[in-house]
Design a protein around this ligand. Sequence first.
Ligand code: GUN
Length: 282
Amino acid sequence: MTATIIDGKAIAQAVKRNLKGEADQLKGKGVIPSLTVVLVGNHPASESYVKGKIRASEEVGINSQLIRLESSISERALLDQIEQLNADPSVHGILVQLPLPDHINPDRVIATISPAKDVDGFTPINVGNLVIGQEAFLPCTPFGIMELLKQSGTEIAGKHAVVVGRSNIVGKPISLLLQRADATVTMCHSRTVDLASYTRQADILIAAVGRPEMLTREHVKPGAVVIDVGVNRHHGKLVGDVKFDEVKEIASAITPVPGGVGPMTIAMLMRNTVEAAKRIGK
Ligand code: GUN
């Protein structure tokens, strides 16, 4: 079997096209969706991510604003900046790009963002609402994975999903979302003993461990749907957590890196921003 390649780039384009229509409708009501990105310092990967977010905002018709702050900024001054954005009715979405410099506590910064403007879905209120099944802004990467599974026609209910990775941004929330969609979920991580004995049982395998090409054909059940969240630079090449060339020969569907989950993360950030504008602009 050769896997269907799940084209995240094309699916993300379709999501953004739909959002453009919604943003145009909002504009007709006098509400222009707006996103403010706060970038502290000039971490090269962050610069590139932020550029992608600003470009996508333009495509969708979201007003974007980039606030650049020196890496020497005090934590207090950054918190003051966020509080100002919280109070500004023309700002619908706030995103503080991570990582932050070492002298700033990221948990304190995130907790300061108004949950109603938290389009990353990182604040304790949104995370808590996700856990108890209440309405919440969902973190963009897991939200994007759920959309990829939906658009690729992957059945989730009753299936065994195995998640490799337990981060706050991906592993934990995707486990909850899959469970909410009636999958039976197993969570594994970098310290799991005999990882393959778990992953080989997966109908849906989510690789989010951050180790280049760690999951090989020995880890995958024939016919599984494999979602690769990894973005690793390896011997000068961008690779995922899955050994793509091997695994695509036995999986039924697989996401490539790049062009799989990555574009969906940004598309879902746009979705959350339009949603925030709908709620705040009412
Ligand atoms: N840095 C890497 N990924 C992300 C993300 O999804 N959101 C934010 N704010 N920072 C990040």
